[in-house]
Design a protein around this ligand. Structure first.
Ligand SMILES: [Zn+2]
Length: 334
């Protein structure tokens, strides 16, 4: 067999379709995985809709949440053997550039994927392939935002805007870190209920007319220590910034093409607030999540809402966009 199916996006025309392409061969330092599952992320939807291009090539196979079994290794690869189960850490960073799987090079919405050997992370026998698939972004990105960018400390108050794939896991991870209270903010009642079941102490509708007073009350008048935005709209930025207390940090995680503006310089300066951008995660964050999941400290069993065959990618994407059954993560099965 020399060809495989892959869900590819032509960035110049916007055409997104299943194609028959050659099975990629790994170079000396690369490893090829037989893909088991790949996650669908909101970022993929932005790409398909032409809302984000982010330096993509003319045509690329999408998919940056990928797990599979090692199927072939390059001549110089010594750490991996055929049959090993691994996920791919999707972000390679150097001082001058960032290269992302499924964005800048072919990703995992395909039967096979090739990645640098340094990008692979072993998942061990305790974690299911389905669960492992979503670790590289839906879990590791909020983990990195919480532990590194926001530097959340135990008993600090944290609110999470947007209880989708990343925000839902943020609630669970904040619980592990010991944030308190944890406040989930989402306009959808089912999402708020899900957040409370996952460990949020309180849940609020962002359209609540007394929203600011509610935050004031839930934080004993202090305002938030940390606001995590997984939503990415100007109205949310404003609301989250205003909800911060003294030395509060607003972290923008959701990728969008909106303009960010904070209106009040005195509010920023006098209250020593910080506004921080966050993107993806480092390899060690992925390894930390794998460790927590292997030890049973992080339950991801409810995180997979549906699984579709790769051939059914269009239906999977439509249902993800339409939020059919309010999904946390939808997987493609290669
Ligand atoms: Zn993503």
């Amino acid at each position: 067999m020399t060809s495989m199916t892959a869900a590819r996006l032509a960035t110049s025309t916007g055409l997104f379709e299943i194609q028959n392409v050659a099975i990629p061969e790994p170079t000396a330092s690369e490893v090829r995985l037989r893909v088991a599952y790949a996650g669908i992320c909101l970022t993929d939807i932005h790409f398909i809709r032409g809302e984000l291009a982010a330096g993509m090539p003319d045509a690329v196979t999408l998919g940056h949440e990928v797990v599979g079994t090692v199927d072939r290794v390059g001549d110089a690869v010594t750490d991996w053997q055929i049959g090993d189960r691994a996920l791919v850490h999707p972000v390679e960073e150097s001082r001058t550039s960032t290269r992302v799987l499924g964005v800048h090079y072919d990703g995992g919405w395909a039967q096979y994927v090739v990645a640098p050997d340094q990008s692979l992370v072993a998942i061990g026998p305790e974690i299911s392939m389905k669960t492992a698939a979503i670790i590289p972004d839906a879990v590791s990105t909020p983990w990195a935002a919480i532990t590194e960018t926001a530097q959340v400390q135990p008993t600090q108050s944290v609110a999470v805007w947007g209880i989708g794939g990343l925000g839902f896991h943020a609630i669970k991870l904040l619980r592990i870190i010991g944030a308190a209270p944890i406040i989930a903010i989402d306009p959808v009642e089912a999402a708020r209920d899900r957040a409370v079941a996952a460990g949020a102490d309180f849940a609020l509708d962002p359209r609540h007319e007394d929203f600011a007073a509610e935050i004031h009350r839930l934080t004993d008048g202090a305002g938030l220590d940390v606001a995590l935005d997984f939503f990415g709209s100007p109205a949310i930025h404003q609301q989250a910034f205003d909800a911060l207390g003294r030395k509060g940090r607003l972290v923008l995680v959701g990728v969008s093409d909106t303009t960010f503006s904070v209106v009040s310089a005195p509010n920023l300066v006098r209250n020593a607030k910080k506004v921080l951008g966050h993107y993806g995660s480092e390899r060690r964050h992925v390894e930390e999540i794998v460790k927590l999941a292997r030890l049973g400290r992080l339950d991801l069993s409810e995180s997979i809402s549906a699984v579709y065959d790769l051939a059914d990618v269009h239906r999977a994407v439509e249902n993800f966009i339409a939020k059919v059954d309010n999904p946390i993560r939808i997987l493609l099965k290669a």
